[in-house]
Design a protein around this ligand. Structure first.
Ligand code: GSH
Length: 219
């Protein structure tokens, strides 16, 4: 039985969503950023950096979203959410699989600056603006890719739409969507997927992103 270690409003949402897309049976272990459970010996034995997602399956333990996604799609090829070695979209698939973390690093920096560092004196308005701009530039690459097509790959929906898509959904809290209308249409398509909606139901109580939009201060 698969067990996903997940914390609400975090990158583990991508795996939660993928599991829903794949229709696999799983058990959800809900972690909490605020109660030190992610620093417990038991959790560190599964995820040594104390991060989510982590996944257990029949004694096999994995951390790191990209690796978990690959492991799941390889183990369940009938779902059609991976792209095999030698297949036409393989190179693009690999690019997006890893590009998800390019988006992720800007989102993490913006989350630190706007939310985790809760006093103004701790924050850097320059960094906030710079990271929002760099995120916008990375998002433009995605907008370009989905121009004239529904999902990232020509061959249709795949695991990378969950990995990159979560970043696209979250990015709206830091970057105004009016500058990237094609990206917003992609975001709307992803949110309309029943599996994404089921995952959102299971995500848990929002504790991190409580504002619709986090504006970078003027510098
Ligand atoms: N690249 C990793 C990033 C994992 C990660 O940093 N997760 C964050 C949540 S978005 C976390 O668990 N942070 C807890 C901490 O840093 O203590 C992945 O995608 O799995």
């Amino acid at each position: 039985m698969i067990r996903l270690y997940h914390a609400p409003q975090s990158r583990s949402f991508r795996i939660l969503w993928l599991l829903e897309e794949m229709g696999l049976e799983y058990d959800l272990a809900e972690m909490d950023f605020f109660d030190k459970s992610m620093r417990s010996e038991e959790f560190l034995a599964l995820s040594p950096a104390g991060r989510v997602p982590a996944l257990e399956n029949d004694g096999q333990v994995l951390f790191e979203s990209g690796a978990i996604a690959e492991y799941l799609v390889e183990a369940n090829p009938e779902c059609g959410f991976g792209r095999a070695v030698g297949s036409e979209d393989r190179a693009r698939y690999l690019e997006w699989l890893h590009f998800a973390e390019t988006i992720g690093q800007h989102l993490a920096a913006l989350t630190q600056q706007h939310i985790v560092l809760h006093e103004d004196w701790m924050r850097s308005p320059v960094l906030m603006r710079l990271e929002a701009k760099r995120l916008e530039k990375a998002l433009a690459v995605i907008e370009d890719a989905v121009r004239g097509r529904e999902y990232l790959l020509e061959s249709g929906f795949s695991a990378v739409d969950c990995l990159v898509g979560y970043g696209v959904i979250l990015a709206r809290r830091f970057v105004r969507v009016d500058c990237l209308p094609g990206l917003d249409a992609y975001r709307t398509r992803l949110l309309a997927r029943p599996a994404c909606q089921r995952a959102a139901q299971k995500d848990g109580k929002p504790r991190i992103y409580l504002k619709e939009f986090y504006e970078a201060p003027d510098v």
